[in-house]
Design a protein around this ligand. Structure first.
Ligand code: FES
Ligand code: MG
Length: 588
């Protein structure tokens, strides 16, 4: 068998810059033969090897990640765009992280997926990449890998599902599940009704419909200039998303020609814009962990306190669950990210760079807000400035902790209460419905051992159910503290991401039930009211809670040995930074 026309001349006249892929497909002799030959088995034409940009389509499609299940269709649209622009598209799968199914937590595997993506980009004959992701961890994982490899890259997120509908009302992913579950525990909803809601909340392909982590990350990726303007909020099943996929495919070919890489786009301004934007949309606390990790990969200095500092004068503009009323579908129709950018105006760095080759200001010039109920004007915000995620410090969290104020009860944000401490989340749930649990509305409920090393994987356990005894008494919120995370779809007065975590010997491990704890958000403090001598005595007596050094073998052991704390993004120490995409040694 021969190909339909001879193998083309080695590409790239001397005046053209050599492409990475040329090292594979432009090679003479047996090496070039082997590299091209196998790809002919899919019936490709020799023209594909003429030196055109080879574009990887990095796909986190998986039936185990239902939020990403449509990404194979999206990939076909990306391919059309790549071909139209004169590139050679090659789709490849990556590990996928299904938030709802993976145990102990999809977060345990974010860094593994990032590592896999990075190594794929470096080891294959790729000149640029389109990243396809949607569900919570798949977006940061792909981006982390792409930033470290620093090939020209553009992300297209998968878009949200259509609004959930239950009994004629909109119902949002996550948020309504937590609400309904509490209703069942309080006896106001039957188990049968609860079961009926299951399918109603997931009506189409796409990610969660609330401003949870997936929606937040989609918006922030766009705001940071790594996705096409206007792409974040469009529903997964809207034809517009396929058009955006085509356009992303077209644009990546140009990005390769322009050699515009993430390192020439991202800088401090991009991260400041993301932090400010996160405040305006009432974004997920998880964004702080993921953006810290991304800053580490991009080698941009952006300490976790910056999220607080940047957000302080940004009001909450977007009225979406879990902090507000609407869902992503309405947000999309209101104009999505461009509508918020239009309202924020000069609160953003208009000169930050983006994948379009233009600045933020140029990309969004003329953007309009089409529904001021969903996206409020700056002058009439949903909540005033200062309601975003605050970063706390104190003797309980020397390296930081976070609290999402837009989801907290204002009366609990300056609160002294008695701690009730649990070393594991399982221990808490064994006892939380016990009528004799020593808990009052003023109790500060603490669950530790849920950090990156301790669990391991820093799971979303922070939205701890209210003890039944309090629920029956009509209490809907109490102060909760953990070194874990919470779902971006959750709400409540919950102090999260305590660093260092208890399993790493953080002072959280010294707290005992009965100690007094003071949460003072205005002063950005979280302290246990225990004197230093007593804490020193406890430190000598008791080893840190948790068993972080227990050998487990496999990935979990590598993870536990190398994972950093929440304030630096819970990345592995040896994965931070850029390693580039130098062409590896050849073996033929
Ligand atoms: Fe995948 Fe929420 S579970 S986005
Ligand atoms: Mg989530």
């Amino acid at each position: 068998m021969t190909a339909t026309s001879p193998t083309p001349e080695p590409p790239n006249a001397p005046s053209e810059p050599a492409r990475r892929s040329t090292s594979w497909f432009g090679a003479d002799g047996k090496m070039g033969f082997v590299h091209r030959s196998k790809l002919y088995n899919s019936g490709r034409s020799p023209a594909m090897f003429d030196g055109r940009p080879v574009i990887g389509i990095c796909n986190s499609w998986s039936e185990l990640t239902p939020c990403n299940r449509h990404l194979r269709d999206i990939a076909e649209a990306v391919k059309r765009g790549v071909l139209l622009a004169g590139g050679f598209p090659l789709e490849f799968p990556t590990m996928s992280l299904g938030e709802t199914l993976m145990r102990p937590s999809a977060m345990l595997y974010r860094n593994l997926m990032a590592m896999e993506v990075e190594e794929n980009l470096r080891s294959y004959p790729l000149d640029g990449v389109v990243l396809l992701a949607g569900c919570d961890k798949t977006v940061p994982a792909q981006l982390m890998g792409a930033l470290s490899a620093d090939l020209p890259a553009i992300m297209l997120t998968g878009g949200p599902m259509l609004n959930g509908k239950f009994r004629g009302q909109d119902a949002g992913s996550g948020t309504h599940v937590w609400q309904f579950a509490e209703e069942v525990r309080a006896g106001r909803m039957s188990r049968e009704e609860f079961g009926q809601a299951e399918a109603c909340l997931s009506r189409s392909a796409g990610h969660c419909t609330t401003m949870g982590t997936a929606s937040t990350m989609a918006c922030l990726v766009e705001m940071m200039g790594l996705a096409l303007p206007g792409s974040a909020a469009v529903p997964a099943v809207d034809a517009e998303r396929a058009r955006l996929a085509e356009q992303s495919g077209g644009r990546i070919v140009e990005l390769v020609t322009e050699d515009l890489r993430p390192s020439s786009i991202l800088d401090r301004r991009s991260f400041e814009n993301a932090a400010r934007f996160n405040a305006a949309i009432g974004g997920s606390t998880n964004a702080l962990v993921h953006l810290s990790a991304l800053a580490g990969r991009a080698e941009v200095e952006f300490p976790v306190d910056e999220f607080d500092r940047q957000a302080r004068d940004i009001p909450l503009l977007v009225d979406l669950l879990p902090s507000g009323r609407f869902l992503m579908e309405e947000f999309s129709y209101a104009g999505g990210v461009p509508a918020v950018v239009a309202e924020l105006g000069d609160r953003l760095h208009g000169d930050a760079r983006t994948v379009t080759g233009r600045t933020v200001a140029e990309n969004y010039a003329g953007a309009r807000n089409w529904n001021t109920e969903v996206v409020h004007p700056l002058a009439e915000p949903v909540q005033p400035a200062g309601s975003a995620t605050a970063v706390l410090h104190g003797n309980l969290a020397p390296d930081g902790a976070v609290i999402k104020l837009s989801a907290a009860s204002p009366e609990l944000t300056d609160h002294v209460g008695t701690a009730l401490v649990f070393d594991t989340v399982e221990e808490y749930y064994e006892r939380c419905d016990d009528p004799d649990l020593p808990v009052e509305a003023s109790t500060v409920l603490v669950v530790r051992g849920a950090g990156p090393r301790g669990y391991p994987g820093m799971p979303e356990i922070g939205n701890l159910s209210i003890p039944k005894k309090l629920l029956d008494a009509g209490v809907r919120d109490i102060v909760r503290i953990t070194d874990g995370r919470m779902s971006g779809t959750s709400y409540g007065t919950i102090v999260l991401h305590v660093a260092p975590e208890s399993a790493a010997g953080g002072p959280l491990s010294l707290l005992r039930s009965g100690d007094r704890v003071h949460l003072d958000v205005a002063k950005r403090r979280i302290d246990m009211l225990v004197d230093d001598e007593e804490l020193a005595r406890r430190a000598e007596q008791a080893p840190p809670a948790g068993d972080a050094d227990a050998p487990t073998g496999g990935w979990a052991e590598l993870y536990r040995r190398h994972v950093g704390q929440a304030d630096t993004g819970a990345d592995l120490d040896f994965l931070r930074g850029r390693r580039g995409h130098a062409i590896p040694r050849r073996h033929l």
